[in-house]
Design a protein around this ligand. Structure first.
Ligand code: PAF
Length: 287
C-alpha cells in the first residue's frame, strides 16, 4: 500500500475518526523528520500491534530557542517517506507551520515540575513547545498508542505526565535508544558532526557506562556516581558539559543518596563543537 500523506488537521482527524469507526487501532510516531534507524525502530515496533501507524513530521518552531538550530535543522522529506514505507508505516501526517500555528494561535501546555531541571534548565521554553505540539499532534491523529524514543528520556516523562494529567487516554510506549556500533546514540543532529567529532562523541557513552558500573558496584551516593562520569567526559577537551547527572528514573528527583530499590537514570548533555548532544541510560535496581 502506498503511503497516505495528509497535510491538514481536518483531513487527519476525519481519517482517524473513520479508522476508529471501523474498529482499527491507531499508533502515532511523532518525529521532526530526517529519520534514522532509531525512528524506523519506533515505526516497526508500532506496526507490530496496530492496524495503522501514523508517522508525523513537523519541525516544531515552538520547541527551539532563539539561538538554536531551527533554521538549519536537517530536512529531507523524500528520504523520510521511503524510510516510513520501508518500516511498514501506512500514513504520514505532514502539516505546515501555518496549519499547526495559525495567526490567532494562543495555547501553550506546561508540565511544571518535571520540566524544570536538566534539559528544561538549559533550554527554557523547550518542553512547553514539546508538550504543546505533542498534544496538538495527538488531537489530530487520535491514536490509541504513541511511540517515543528513550533517547529523549525527560521528554518521555513529560509526555506521560501530560497524558495522565489531561486524561488523554493514550498509551505511551517507550522504545530503547538505537546506537551506532560504536555506541553513539542515533540522532538526526549527528549529521552536524565531522568524522573526528563522531569519534569524540563516543565519550558520552563511555561516561554513561562508567556511571552504570559505579552503581552496579553498590554506590548510591549521587556525587560519586556523577564524578566518574565527569572524569570520563573531561578526557575529551572539546566536549563542554552542561550536565552529567543521576536521578530517580520515575521522578527525576536527585537526592544526595539514592534508595537502593529505586531505578535510576544517568543523563548527560553538552556541546561538541557547535553540536549539542544528549544521551542517557537506565540503571534498574533489579538488573
Ligand atoms: O523528539 C522529537 O523529535 C520531538 O521533540 C517531538 C516529540 C516530535 C515533538 O516535536
Amino acid at each position: 500500500m502506498p503511503l497516505t500523506i495528509i497535510h491538514t488537521v481536518q483531513e487527519m482527524q476525519a481519517l482517524s475518526d473513520s479508522l476508529r469507526m471501523k474498529g482499527k487501532t491507531i499508533a502515532c510516531v511523532p518525529t521532526m523528520g530526517y529519520l534514522h534507524d532509531g525512528h524506523a525502530s519506533l515505526i516497526k515496533e508500532a506496526v507490530k500491534n496496530h492496524d495503522e501507524v501514523i508517522t508525523t513530521i513537523f519541525v516544531n518552531p515552538m520547541q527551539f530557542g532563539p539561538n538554536e538550530d531551527f533554521e538549519r535543522y536537517p530536512r529531507d522529506s523524500e528520504r523520510d517517506m521511503a524510510i516510513i514505507e520501508a518500516s511498514g508505516g501506512s500514513i504520514l501526517y505532514y502539516p505546515s507551520v501555518d496549519e499547526m500555528y495559525p495567526p490567532d494561535y494562543q495555547t501553550t501546555i506546561s508540565v511544571s515540575n518535571i520540566s524544570k531541571r536538566f534539559e528544561g534548565a538549559f533550554r527554557p521554553g523547550h518542553f512547553e513547545g514539546v508538550a504543546t505540539v505533542v498534544a496538538k499532534l495527538f488531537g489530530a491523529t487520535k491514536p490509541h498508542t504513541a511511540f517515543f524514543g528513550q533517547k529523549d528520556y525527560q521528554q518521555t516523562l513529560i509526555i506521560k505526565q501530560m497524558v495522565k494529567d489531561l486524561n488523554m487516554g493514550i498509551n505511551i510506549a517507550i522504545v530503547p535508544t538505537l546506537r551506532e556500533s560504536s555506541g553513539l546514540a542515533m540522532s538526526s543532529r549527528n549529521v552536524y558532526l565531522s568524522d573526528e567529532e563522531k569519534k569524540q562523541a563516543l565519550v558520552l557513552h563511555s561516561a554513561l557506562m562508567a556511571g552504570h558500573s559505579k552503581i552496579q558496584t553498590g554506590t548510591r551516593v549521587r556525587a560519586e556516581i556523577e564524578q566518574v562520569m565527569i572524569d570520563i567526559l573531561a578526557t575529551c577537551p572539546d566536549f563542554t558539559i552542561q550536565y552529567a547527572s543521576v536521578a530517580e528514573a520515575e521522578t527525576l528527583e536527585t537526592p544526595d543518596i539514592f534508595n537502593k530499590n529505586k531505578d535510576l537514570v544517568l543523563l548527560m548533555a553538552g556541546f561538541l563543537g557547535k553540536t549539542r548532544l544528549i544521551d542517557n541510560i537506565l540503571c534498574l535496581s533489579k538488573s
